[in-house]
Design a protein. Sequence first.
Length: 306
Amino acid sequence: MNQAEIYHIGTPGQKWTEKENVQWFEQQDIKRSYQDEVVEKIMALKADFIVEQYGALSLDENRYPLFVIKTKNWDENKKTVLVTGGVHGYETSGVQGALRFVKTRANQYSEHFNIIVAPCISPWGYETINRWNAKAIDPNRSFYQNSPAEESAAIMKYVAELNSDIFVHIDLHETTDTDNSTFRPALSARDAIEQKEWSIPDGFYLVANSVNPAAGFQKAIIEAVEKITHIAPADADGKLIGVPFEQFGVINYAARDLGLCMGLTDAKYMTTTEVYPDSPKSDDETCNLAQLASITGGLDFILKKL
């Protein structure tokens, strides 16, 4: 019996329609507060940073405003760094790691870089601990023109209107046990396509852009994170999530072709982090620190190149 046949929404072998999308949405519930856990932390940074609202989710514009945080001493002669988190709302350390970077380290790097941080691109997903948005769309497969995901469209529009070339883009993610237990069965049912399960990597890894993998940049991040937590080993087939290793702790994806947030810009240096919060060797704080080390490790590498 395949995943689509056992999923509780939809008809096996048939793609979901709006009826099934709504049915799925109605089964979701609020598990935590975006206002308390994210917005309050953003507002607490206003004394030292520029906080800009770039939109709001149409589901509830008052409840789900969208924010970026920018360093104050903006200079067109400096390289611009973009950090994104919470593209998948259920990936907690992406959100909290981005906020930790702003609070503790961003101003130190602002001497050399213009820095923009979008800590929680999918606030409804954050509250309901979901990979998808409220319309059962994966924002991290929706970074393309006329995107069906308003979360993706909003940050794309904001970045385009900056009129500033993004030199570095670090997108903070997690790979969790629920990828296999919850989201891949739902994806199989929604699209009526059997989705193969893979072994969830026990440890941190990176997804680089196959068009421009920037191998030295990826290696520097792995070395920085390795001081905080363990790096995922290859599975029995020598792969991670079904993809061959590019180097230790790194696999490559076609970022632009897959509609990934990592492919949002033409940044020279880009990567997607993947923390494993369900590891018995890890905890929430370690995951946040690993995300922080990803950013600082990457920026330290680039500073040596400038």
